[in-house]
Design a binder for this molecule. Structure first.
Ligand SMILES: NC(=O)C1=CN([C@@H]2O[C@H](COP(=O)(O)OP(=O)(O)OC[C@H]3O[C@@H](n4cnc5c(N)ncnc54)[C@H](OP(=O)(O)O)[C@@H]3O)[C@@H](O)[C@H]2O)C=CC1
Ligand SMILES: O=C(O)[C@@H]1CCC=N1
Length: 267
């Protein structure tokens, strides 16, 4: 039986735990979770998913894989605490935004590290993840890491530096879409629909649009033009988006998020 140890028990740890258990990648008995101080949170995870949250210190040395899942600002303290507890062999999977692999090996020693940027849709097996490895990762371990992320969605290997952009786009991406949905629901009720009706219409519209982009050979602008009748409703809506500088807003959003990811490395 494997031993997978999560250091950090927040939203993203829970998303991966849920996804891996649902996809039968690990059994709950194979998963160990710890945090800094929030005992109620650990109790919730233990009761909800059946994972181990109270365990012997020996587990640190026995763990096959250690997952760094605390906030970037807490990473150095967590790694300082971890360094004497783990063996030289254990591999690391880091989901920390911004923190370089070299920072991890500086604190935890030279060892196999996969740096991953998943998103919370891992909960339902729909994450879009970026991944980068250090040279200590063997070809077998590389396959293992890729399979772990494929089990909870899609995964693409990128240069480590590109993970900042991945973080700004797909790591944070679900929040942008939820924010968009909040706006649709707010305005949808102003133009006469119930919130439930807006939710139903727009979740299906988002899902259908994503599927069209996956299946169609056409570029997004071609697909957009097929919706946009001259003098019609879509044209009026898009003109309003342009008037409110939609493109500038999106550019600022992604650039700010990317820059924040880079700055997280500096604490
Ligand atoms: N949320 C998201 O959508 C995504 C997050 N990420 C990355 O995942 C990481 C976690 O994010 P998220 O789950 O949102 O964070 P949360 O704030 O939800 O959870 C952070 C967890 O880390 C624990 N923690 C803090 N310090 C330590 C420590 N020294 N030792 C052990 N555990 C510690 C906290 O414990 P306690 O509560 O007891 O303090 C808490 O359980 C971040 O690095 C983030 O960049 C990546 C992709 C998407
Ligand atoms: O907001 C954050 O910093 C993390 C990284 C990507 C999503 N959440």
């Amino acid at each position: 039986m494997k031993k997978i140890l999560f250091i950090g028990a927040g939203s993203m740890a829970e998303a991966l735990i849920q996804g891996w258990i649902k996809e039968k990648v690990f059994t709950p008995q194979e998963i160990y979770v710890t945090n800094r101080s929030d005992k109620e949170r650990l109790q919730f995870l233990q009761e909800t998913y059946g994972v181990h949250c109270l365990f012997d210190q020996a587990i640190y040395k026995e763990a096959d894989l250690i997952i760094l899942a605390m906030k970037p600002k807490d990473a150095i303290a967590a790694m300082c605490d971890l360094q004497s507890k783990i063996t030289e062999q254990s591999a690391i999977l880091s989901i920390l935004a911004g923190i370089a692999i070299t920072t991890i090996t500086e604190y935890l020693g030279n060892r196999p590290v996969a740096r991953v940027m998943p998103n919370t849709s891992a909960t339902i097996g729909m994450s879009a993840s970026g991944i980068a490895f250090n040279n200590e990762v063997s070809s077998g371990q590389r396959i293992m890491f890729l399979q772990l992320l494929e089990a909870v969605g899609s995964v693409i290997e990128v240069d480590e530096d590109q993970l900042h952009a991945v973080t700004a786009l797909s790591g944070s991406g679900p929040a942008y879409i939820y924010y968009l949905m909040e706006a649709f629901e707010r305005v949808g009720t102003k133009v006469g629909l119930s919130k439930d009706t807006v939710r139903l219409l727009m979740t299906q519209t988002l899902a259908g649009t994503a599927e069209m982009l996956k299946q169609s050979v056409d570029e997004p602008d071609v697909l957009r033009k097929k919706v946009t009748s001259p003098g019609g409703t879509t044209e009026a809506g898009i003109q309003a988006l342009e008037q409110y500088q939609f493109n500038e807003a999106i550019e600022a959003c992604i650039k700010e998020a990317e820059a924040r990811s880079r700055s997280l490395a500096n604490g």
